[in-house]
Design a protein around this ligand. Structure first.
Ligand code: SIN
Length: 310
């Protein structure tokens, strides 16, 4: 009998819509002694790049009221290490595994996608929106931007990845834009199977005694409950603007928050910052969604997606 919580993201079927967000869950092995990993619908790896990256100077995290800043800078050991060292463990888990990837250009994203296409991963999330890296040159007039801050560049990156893999492709979008709908439409028209949003908001925090930023890279990305209402509105807007599934995230701390995102239009949700507070939260959210479907006599959680009454 199909689970009442199962949802589809492109070709990918999840047993429930709760995912561990990239960058907050390592490569899962780090959490194996803390929680039952099989309760989660999908695990998104820390973003990997073609070559290893040392990341940004410390400190890399700072707590803020109702949230946190990070400026990790995509530290990772590169694609070869991911495939040889991390993937065998991930592939043995009783959950879906999504590889998050980032690249400096369309050719590089195609190369990474093509390598991953031949592996056991279930899907690829294109991280087009990390706020802690330099970005790419868009044009002489516009200078350097994050990929997901420009519709045409987003289109180029997604198209390159699409041409290199048949796996479910998710484009992760930035909230640091004027109109996120425009970027989501570009990702869809280039062949993305889904969009995930939002990545973190640009932010900073200053120690007034030292007069220095609390982050080594000066600025970082803000996540946590502080951003939830803004993220929810962006998910609602994008849900109405595209025909592909939306994966919602931004400050989800419990089942009620996850349900808000689903009602706003999310087919699945990512749990991120709360993993640093209580790693069991994702499993508790799954139980909360089960209770909700029972209480409201829903035949399945899918019935709730975009069910906002207006
Ligand atoms: C980072 O590695 O800086 C965080 C990743 C992200 O925000 O996409």
């Amino acid at each position: 009998m199909p689970s009442k919580l199962s949802v589809n993201i492109g070709k990918l079927k999840l047993k429930n819509p709760v995912m561990a967000a990239s960058g907050t869950f390592g490569y899962a092995r780090e959490f194996q002694d803390l929680i039952d990993l099989s309760c989660i619908g999908a695990i998104v790896s820390k973003t990997i790049t073609l070559k290893p990256r040392p990341g940004n100077p410390p400190p890399r995290v700072a707590e803020t009221p109702s949230g946190m800043l990070n400026s990790i800078g995509l530290q990772n050991e590169g694609l070869d290490n991911f495939i040889e060292d991390k993937l065998p463990y991930l592939a043995g888990l009783n959950t879906r595994v999504i590889a998050s990837i980032a690249a400096e250009g369309p050719g590089e994203i195609a190369a990474i996608s093509s390598r991953l296409d031949k592996t056991a991963i279930d899907a690829i999330e294109l991280n087009l929106s990390c706020p802690n890296i330099k970005g790419v040159k868009v044009s002489k007039r516009q200078g350097v931007k994050l990929v997901a801050q420009d519709a045409a560049v987003t289109h180029r990156f997604v198209k390159a990845a699409r041409g290199s893999t048949g796996k479910t492709l998710i484009a992760k979008l930035s909230p640091n834009v004027t109109d996120i709908k425009e970027i989501a439409r570009a990702a869809q028209s280039a062949g993305a199977d889904a969009v995930s949003l939002v990545n973190t908001f640009y932010g900073m925090s200053i120690d007034i005694d030292t007069r220095m930023s609390r982050l080594g890279n000066v600025i970082g990305g803000l996540s946590g409950p502080a951003i939830k209402p803004i993220a929810l509105k962006m998910v609602y807007d994008v849900y109405k603007a595209v025909d592909i599934p939306v994966i919602g995230m931004g400050g989800i701390m419990n089942a009620e928050d996850a349900l808000e995102f689903i009602i706003a239009g999310a087919s699945a949700v990512c749990v991120g910052t709360v993993n640093f507070v209580d790693p069991n939260t994702a499993c508790e959210i799954v139980r909360g969604l089960e209770d909700y479907t029972r209480k409201h006599k829903l035949s399945g959680i899918k019935k709730l997606i975009g069910g906002l009454r207006v």
